[in-house]
Design a protein around this ligand. Sequence first.
Ligand code: FMN
Length: 250
Amino acid sequence: MEKNRINELNKQGREMLKPNWDDLKTRETPRGLGETSPDVVKDYDKESIIIELKKEEIKNISSKTLHEVIESRRSLRKYQDVPLNMDQLSYLFYETARLFYIENSRSYRAYPTGGATASLETYVYINKVDNLEKGMYRYLPVSGDLMFMYNNLELEDKVNKAIKRQLRGGAAVFFWTTIPYRTEHKYSFTSHKMIAMEAGHACQNLSLASEAIDFGCVAISAYNQELCDEVLKVDGENEFCIYLAVVGKK
Ligand SMILES: Cc1cc2nc3c(=O)[nH]c(=O)nc-3n(C[C@H](O)[C@H](O)[C@H](O)COP(=O)(O)O)c2cc1C
């Protein structure tokens, strides 16, 4: 890429990281202009296959302290050929993406989100989980369960290509998409930095939860945007992938 173009992109990127909150006029935001609030969770086809995850009952499957978890966490890129079991998968979702409650279009999750706007959706590619078919699933925050999306013979390879060959035999790939309008509706041009931070918070929960059950995780931002959006079946405009992480056995 040409040097001028790189400088221009760097400038745009820096601008995104320093929005001027003094320029944010509440009455000029979509909310201030009276636009209807966006849905706080994505709808789903009620005929879908739903995989029930365990909730409260798996909260004690790790006996590690927060200190131990933080102390031993390192990005993990080499995995044993060992699957997650359903209790462990449930635990990862419970501690990573759980929805506590929704109040006046604000959504309170296991991780903090700008103004409780919770722009993220969580998807998972299941590669190795005991008693669970491989394939793409979406987390349903209201019930705390998984919705089976699809599987086919090419999916593992497509996912691996989309994440630039970083699957490495891992048990699962967590994908976060953003529906940016959820945050833009209230915070307009100051939203995008907050959305990126929100994804960081969610992924950190996953890193720590993985560590707590002797699995490991690597956060991935170097992925192919178009291919990730394609495997997640999102439009790439109103919803698109922003972050992902591979989880595998230490
Ligand atoms: C925003 C972000 C993006 C990252 N993207 C990648 C990635 O695409 N591929 C990768 O192997 N590691 C990725 N990492 C992991 C970092 O390389 C890793 O966190 C760093 O080397 C520090 O190591 P530690 O996590 O063991 O402390 C990413 C980390 C962060 C926070």
